[in-house]
Ligand binder design. Structure first.
Ligand SMILES: [Zn+2]
Length: 180
């Protein structure tokens, strides 16, 4: 199979297109960069705590040239945040996490508790795409545990309706902006 962008050998699938490793990574990075740019996720002088290797790699690529300070921890620690006056926390949180959490809150009739410091940099990319991305970049990525019933439901819908996950993500973002 050949990559539909550059014509090289490609075996990865992204939105029904075959891609080579290089083009696939560039598309994923572009999506994440766009999320950071449009939502103005980072600014000069930020003290950023990053959770996990994947978020660190992506963050370093995004903040090129922007003077910020990066701290890395496996888990988010309240004391550490206070002590180091952390402004932003980049969490290991994907499109799947956002969708499943959105639906879980919806069915449970709960509101999402928001922490202004938390930055969901990776939420525009699915677990599967991030798994492939991490494999190519040779870094460790462990997706968060999720509600099994809701995962099954979403996967069932995703097989039958194109762009199910993107549509759910957009709904979650739109409702979030309305404060619902
Ligand atoms: Zn290619």
């Amino acid at each position: 199979m050949t990559c539909s962008i550059c014509g090289k050998k490609g075996k990865l699938e992204y939105k029904k297109e075959k891609l080579c490793d290089g083009c696939f990574c560039r598309i994923i990075e572009k999506r994440i960069r766009k999320n950071a740019r449009i939502n103005k996720l980072f600014s000069k002088g930020d003290k950023i705590l990053v959770q996990g290797d994947l978020a660190e790699l992506v963050l370093k690529d995004i903040i090129k040239g922007l003077p910020v300070k990066i701290f890395k921890r496996k888990a988010v620690n309240k004391e550490f945040i206070k002590k180091n006056k952390i402004d932003k926390i980049v969490v290991n949180w994907t499109m799947d996490d956002e969708i499943i959490n959105f639906l879980k809150n919806f069915f449970d009739g709960k509101k999402e508790k928001k922490d202004k410091k938390v930055v969901k940099l990776l939420k525009v990319v699915s677990d599967e795409d991030l798994k492939n991305f991490s494999k190519i970049k040779k870094i460790k990525f462990v997706p968060n545990k999720k509600d099994k019933n809701i995962v099954e439901m979403v996967e069932y819908m995703a097989e039958r309706y194109p762009d199910t996950k993107e549509k759910l993500l957009n709904s979650a973002i739109a409702l979030g902006k309305m404060g619902i």
